[in-house]
Write a protein that binds this ligand. Structure first.
Ligand code: NAP
Ligand code: HSE
Length: 431
């Protein structure tokens, strides 16, 4: 084999190190599968003197032009993270006719349209399998293997940090602050955990998945986002009694109203496949009109799992280069569909509140729901807290806007001291 495809890496951190390791460990096999020897020629870093966990013979540089203007480098792999300069460098690479591979959900979710246009114009690949679900194959399955399906739902656990935290809260009964500190100590949660616990990391990922699944552009601004900061151990315990498990779900649906994408904590029945996703694992559940239900499961982060997806993308681009083919599917947003808001979605709800413990209180609470046409499935008085009663209610399937009005009415009742938590119930069994 005498063909060599030269690759430039932008970034030599966690994932960059994983990519170098896989190139070193599996070089011969990757070459056989690709039709060319893959060679990392240069790597962009911020600090040339920083000790590296993985050794690489490639030249390190702090000047992006060394890679972007090198005519020998045909594939640029962006692993810097964040929006800038990653976005500008990817655009420049595409405009220079280089294939681009990235793991960057921030850039794809925000600048996908512009980057795809540049790739299309130059006839090169823009591949981003690692941007959602780390090592789990999901972008290519949606774009290719499930292409003949009309997808109606994509629902996933796409953030490992929050899944680890909720799982720990469920199994060990610890509170949010304690488990966050533990996740940070283990290196799962970032020093600034806002994007994970606030649901923003998952929101970027579901914007990408929804755009592909439904063939319409869904941007980050279209996604309604609620994180896990308000989940308390009591809710997890009460959920368990009702056979529910709490998960941070990223959900995208298409129905007669259009397309909706959202991230929020939800109770799912313990028999649902997503309920069994533990620890830092991710899983994405896809429903198609022909295939039915499918689920993709695995490690959503980490050096080697994420690099596994990055390397496969590099191999795909290299194959196109070697065989002068253009197997790539670029932007799959073929139409503009209506995006509908979370207020128009429907589900059953779990509500926990504190109210005065005296006759007539339940009737007043039921009246607040009745005034907004919200039907109650069950009402359970759980325990006394001082001279108050903690009450848990489960509604039947209800429109989100009506539910929010009912909760406002409830909060305004003199007998209600506090509406502590409102959690959606998701999954077929709940409907
Ligand atoms: P990381 O460990 O922070 O590494 C970033 C690398 O980029 C470092 O080598 C850094 O250089 C370099 N860099 C950053 N800004 C630069 C700049 N302005 N100029 C030159 N070099 C710069 O990040 P990572 O965890 O590998 O993540 C990379 C990408 O993969 C991100 O988009 C992330 O969202 C995505 N991703 C990561 C994971 C994961 O498990 N980590 C999972 C899925 C997706 P120095 O080394 O010199 O500081
Ligand atoms: N911070 C993400 C997570 C990994 O916890 O799943 C990178 O996408």
């Amino acid at each position: 084999m005498n063909k060599v495809v030269h690759v430039g890496l932008l970034g030599f951190g966690t994932v960059g190190g994983g990519v170098v390791q896989i190139f070193q460990n599996n070089a011969a096999m990757m070459a056989r599968k690709t039709g060319a020897e893959l060679h990392i020629k240069k790597i962009l870093v911020r600090d040339l003197k920083k000790p590296r966990a993985v050794h690489c013979d490639a030249a390190l540089t702090t000047d992006p032009a060394d890679i972007l203007n090198d005519p020998e480098i045909q594939i640029v792999v962006e692993l810097l993270g964040g929006e800038e300069p990653a976005h500008s460098l990817m655009l420049a690479a595409l405009q220079n006719g280089k294939h681009v591979v990235t793991a960057n959900k921030d850039v794809i979710a925000r600048h996908g349209r512009e980057l795809f246009a540049a790739a299309e114009q130059q006839g090169v690949n823009l591949l981003f399998e690692a941007s959602v679900g780390g090592g789990i194959p999901i972008i290519r399955p949606l774009k290719r293997c499930l292409a003949a399906n009309r997808i109606t739902e994509v629902m996933g656990i796409v953030n490992g940090t929050t899944n680890y935290m909720l799982d720990k809260m469920t199994t060990d009964g610890v509170d949010f602050a304690t488990v966050l500190a533990e996740a940070q100590a283990k290196g799962y949660a970032e020093a600034d955990p806002t994007a994970d616990v606030g649901g923003w990391d998952a929101a970027r990922k579901i914007a990408i998945l929804a755009s592909i699944a439904f063939g319409t552009r869904v941007s980050l601004e279209d996604v309604s986002v609620e994180g896990i900061t308000r989940i308390e151990p009591e809710d997890i315990d009460y959920g368990r009694e009702l056979d529910y498990v709490v998960k941070l779900l990223a959900i995208a649906q298409e129905n007669e109203k259009g397309v909706n994408a959202r991230v929020h904590p939800a109770f799912i029945h313990k028999s649902h496949p997503l309920a069994a996703v533990r620890d830092v694992f991710n899983a994405i559940f896809v429903r198609g009109d022909a295939v039915g239900d499918t689920m993709f499961y695995g490690r959503g982060a980490g050096a080697l799992p994420t690099a596994s997806a990055v390397c496969a993308d590099v191999m795909e681009a290299a194959r196109d280069i070697c065989f002068h083919s253009s197997s790539h599917i670029l932007c799959t947003c073929y139409e503009e569909k209506r995006i509908f808001s979370i207020a128009e979605t429907e589900s059953p709800y779990y509500i926990r509140l504190l109210a005065e413990d005296r006759p007539g209180v339940m009737a007043a609470i039921a009246g607040a729901f009745g005034s907004q046409q919200v039907s109650l499935n069950s009402v359970i008085q759980k325990r006394r807290v001082g001279n108050r009663a903690e009450i848990v209610l489960i509604t039947y399937k209800v429109n989100d806007a009506d539910l929010q009005l009912a909760v406002q009415t409830l909060a305004g009742l003199s007998v209600v001291n506090k509406v502590s938590t409102v959690i959606r119930v998701v999954g077929d069994d709940a409907e």
